[in-house]
Design a protein around this ligand. Structure first.
Ligand code: SF4
Ligand code: SF4
Length: 376
């Protein structure tokens, strides 16, 4: 198998195809600390793309409660043990095996096929905490009982396992933006991709008998707009843009800045070996052992940077861009009390104040002779 370089695990690894990075890579940052699991993103995606026959249990975007939730049921608990011991050395190099390196003899990827039952309970474990919470308990800075919401879409991986496993070569990664798509005319529904994707983000359509997956809302991206799940996010946890290849990174690109410069956002289960392109700002209140397994060995640094963001105007500015505009932000700049976002042509697409102005309306409107507030 060819050797490719995976910067998430700090080393070369086996992959069935030669390394071939796109000119630029579509990427997302999700701030877990802000997600309220309103599922607006899920509904926006479902009503846009998967409301047809055979797509009933297909959720290209889902939001699950960790530690107990997961869709399909137990997706990560099922794949993690298959990798064996997952150790990182002192230089943050992964010394365990990826899903490619641990593949059984004769197979390209170490995977499993979920059962129909696994797709039957999309919100299993939703809002379940690790402990019962006392009546009247309130936040005191340390959580003994915890949970968090994990929003998930296809990661449009740099080394997609779905693509690697497809015997028909029906899955391809676009050179111009790194979006991973299934060619519906080539797919014969063997489900090798469903079995191979460790994130379980390819779904089988029982009516068309083909595999389908998140298309990153490419018709919007081609118009310079962010995908539906980003545009509609109530918690403003999402930012989509393009990540440059490591040799071309730019500090004024918000994605490059957050991921490469500030290292505040981390890949989900980097040990799988896919170099996924959805990056997460880890939740600050969750036991670190859990987070190391989920986001790798640099969680402490990411959380420290996040906690101190209020002292770093440039970082705070980048964080204020989340879900601030429908347009894709190519570059950003902090000037005075505002952060500005610009498109690829350099035109301003958004201007966000560091402090939202506050206007308080008088409770009695003299002109209309009416009370504007409820008086109790
Ligand atoms: S819309 Fe945003 S806040 Fe709501 S569940 Fe989705 S990611 Fe979380
Ligand atoms: S997350 Fe899964 S479906 Fe998406 S590109 Fe990666 S391997 Fe393929």
């Amino acid at each position: 198998m060819p050797k490719v370089y995976n910067w998430h695990i700090g080393r070369e690894m086996d992959y069935p195809y030669e390394e071939s990075r796109p000119e630029k890579q579509v990427a997302w940052v999700f701030d877990i600390n802000k997600c309220i699991e309103c599922q607006t993103c899920t509904v926006a995606c479902k009503t846009t793309w998967t409301s047809g026959k055979g797509q009933e249990s297909m959720f290209w975007n889902n939001v699950e409660t960790k530690p107990y939730g997961g869709y399909p049921t137990g997706w990560d608990l099922s794949i993690l043990p298959k990798l064996g011991e997952q150790v990182w050395n002192a230089n943050n190099v992964y010394e365990g095996k990826t899903v490619f390196e641990s593949a059984p003899q004769g197979e390209k990827v170490n995977g499993y096929l979920p059962t129909d039952e696994d797709y039957a309970h999309v919100n299993l474990g939703e809002d379940e905490c690790t402990q019962v919470i006392e009546k009247g308990a309130f936040f005191q800075g340390i959580h003994n009982a915890w949970m968090f919401y994990l929003a998930r879409i296809c990661n449009h991986c740099t080394y997609p396992a779905c693509l690697a496993a497809c015997p028909r070569k029906a899955i391809y990664k676009r050179k111009e933006d790194g979006i991973v798509l299934v060619d519906q005319t080539r797919c014969r529904g063997y489900r090798e991709c469903v079995k191979a994707c460790p994130y379980k983000k390819v779904f089988f359509n029982m009516v068309t008998r083909t595999s389908e997956k998140c298309i990153a809302c490419f018709p919007l991206i081609e118009k310079g707009e962010q995908p539906r799940c980003v545009q509609t996010c109530i918690g403003k946890i999402r930012l989509m843009g393009f990540l440059n290849p490591p040799e071309k990174i730019r500090r004024d690109n918000p994605l490059d800045f957050l991921i490469y410069y500030k290292k505040i956002a981390l890949p989900l289960y980097p040990q799988f070996g896919l170099e996924p392109n959805v990056y997460y700002i880890p939740p600050v209140h969750v036991p670190r052992e859990f987070l190391y397994q989920m986001f790798g060995p640099t969680v402490d640094e990411a959380i420290e940077t996040y906690r101190n963001a209020h002292q770093d105007r440039e970082l705070l500015g980048a964080l204020l861009l989340f879900t601030s505009t429908q347009k894709i932000i190519d570059s950003f700049r902090v000037k005075g009390d505002y952060v500005y976002g610009y498109n690829e042509k350099g035109d301003e697409v958004v201007k966000v104040p560091f402090t939202e102005p506050l206007y308080i309306r008088p409770y009695y409107d003299n002109k209309e002779k009416v009370y504007r507030h409820t008086i109790t």
